[in-house]
Write a protein that binds this ligand. Structure first.
Ligand code: AHG
Ligand code: MN
Ligand code: MN
Length: 341
């Protein structure tokens, strides 16, 4: 008789259900929410892949709440994610980069609040470079007054119950965490399923890549300038000079940092005095992933996930990646703190 040797493939849906079964009291709602995001991601992935041959690609003429031009795919991704979340009646409110205020969903009693960057790196869409979707999930906190207000969503990143991203790259990858390590899945387009590729993704403790937009060099702090100089100096013992890599899609830069190690920085600059990246739907979720993989994420001094937010679209500087690299950057920032730029 023929012996069949096959490696068991675990799909995203199976994995989520297995994880849920480990918690007898779980209601299954968070699992459903993650599956909803997985489904929307497959639809977005399909559109991203065919963007070049349809008219979805390109600027739609409007601007988002930050005055940046919005590409049509951003809007498509926003609609897909929000309608997937709305269908399962678990989420009461969504906050998205593409919407000025909070978006109340049909289930006002839903337990979860979801932040979205529906398409990150959209300036890379029309040059065929990797982009992604980022999500961050909070529980709605009980209050006497049950009317949903924006303040309900202003919780520090350490209260996230889950977060993750989908990267539309040479393959489509989904990584998420519920606070028990990082799980990674790769989309097999031939069967339309995300297949488990790693259920405990770890970042190297030290890496030899630094990632920053050096165009803003002149307006960096002295500490940052000296740290980047340090990265470029020769010292074979620490792998220096490091290589410079900057994709310009945070989600793709973070994914590379997760796999290869190193540091990704988006600092304060003259153009962006508070940094450019958004705390609630870029920095917090990606910091949660990096920390769960054994890395670090700070704003220069304090942990990103400790920051108490006061606005849904607020920006924050970020230094994130392998623990040894982030600690070294921090020591430069502290040492030269008092010196003028
Ligand atoms: P988005 O496309 O969601 O607006 O985000 C773009 C962000 C981020 O992905 C990236 O790291 C950063 O902008 C790049 O900014 P610079 O072009 O200033 O380097
Ligand atoms: Mn973004
Ligand atoms: Mn975006």
């Amino acid at each position: 008789m023929m012996e069949i040797k096959s490696k068991k493939l675990v799909t995203l849906d199976e994995y989520i259900i297995q994880a849920q079964n480990r918690f007898p009291g779980a209601t299954g709602e968070l699992s459903q929410l993650l599956r909803d995001i997985g489904l929307a991601a497959k639809i977005i992935s399909r559109e991203v892949n065919k963007a070049g041959i349809t008219n979805i690609l390109g600027v739609d003429g409007s601007t988002n709440v930050h005055g940046e031009s919005v590409k049509r795919l951003d809007l498509f991704a926003d609609e897909q994610l929000i309608s997937a979340l709305d269908r399962s009646l678990i989420t009461c409110m969504v906050i998205s980069e593409e919407n000025d205020g909070i978006v109340r969903l049909n289930s006002e009693g839903g337990k979860y609040i979801v932040y979205l960057d529906p398409l990150d790196g959209s300036s890379n869409i029309d040059v065929n470079v990797s982009i992604g979707s980022i999500f961050s999930i909070y529980m709605r906190q009980p209050r006497f007054d049950t009317t949903l207000v924006e303040e309900d969503s202003l919780q520090p990143g350490k209260r996230q119950v889950a977060a993750g991203y989908v990267l539309y790259g040479s393959s489509t990858i989904m990584c998420y965490t519920t606070g028990m390590g990082v799980s990674a899945f790769t989309l097999d387009p031939s069967i339309g399923e995300f297949i488990l590729s790693d259920d405990d993704f770890k970042i190297p403790t030290h890496g030899t890549i630094y990632s920053i937009n050096e165009g803003s060099y002149n307006s960096w702090s002295t500490g940052l300038k000296k740290y980047i100089k340090y990265c470029q100096e020769e010292d074979p013992d620490t792998g220096r000079p490091y290589s410079a890599r900057y994709i310009g899609s945070m989600v793709a830069d973070i994914h590379r940092t997760l796999v290869k190690g190193g540091i990704f920085i988006y600092p304060a600059s003259k153009r962006y005095p508070d940094g450019k990246l958004r705390l609630m739907y870029e920095c917090n979720p990606l910091s949660f992933i990096i920390e769960q993989a054994g890395g670090m994420a700070i704003d220069g001094s304090q942990r990103i996930m400790e920051i108490k937010p006061d606005a849904i679209h607020q920006r924050v500087p970020i230094y994130v990646g392998s623990p040894e690299n982030v600690k070294m950057a921090k020591s430069f920032l502290e040492k030269f703190e008092e010196q003028p730029v």
